[in-house]
Write a protein of this length. Structure first.
Length: 126
């Protein structure tokens, strides 16, 4: 299946062998994003709330594909501490309106660069 790569300087660059996002058919598959500042590629502090807010900067990738955060149909959230789950809910309530996307929250032992949170998404383009 052919696909198009989405790349924007408004979001952190990939830190491995992957694309920021790939458009395939009517869907955009957004790679996992950790809370890096797009210009410096440095982790945004050690505060869970600041990191969760920064990860929602995956919106920059979604906008580069010509759509918006509200078109996410599935969101996966990876947390090194599930005690931060309420923070994810609070920030999501600021970013989304019903109907909310399908979501999973997964506890993990560690994330790249010591991040507390990572998210990836599937976005409907039509």
């Amino acid at each position: 299946m052919p696909f198009d790569v989405i790349d924007t300087n408004a979001a952190p660059k990939a830190i491995g062998t992957y694309s920021q996002a790939v458009r395939a058919g009517d869907f955009l598959f957004v790679s996992g994003q950790i809370p890096l500042h797009p210009e410096t590629m440095e982790l945004i502090g050690a505060d869970a709330r600041a990191q969760v807010r920064q990860v929602f900067d995956l919106e920059a990738v979604i906008r580069a594909a010509g759509t918006e955060l509200g078109h996410i149909v599935r969101l996966a959230v990876y947390l090194t501490d599930l005690a931060h789950f309420p923070i994810v809910n609070e920030v999501m309530a600021e970013c989304f309106r019903p109907p909310y996307p399908a979501r999973s929250a997964i506890g993990v032992a560690a994330l790249p660069r010591g991040a507390l949170v990572e998210m990836d998404a599937i976005v409907a383009l039509k």
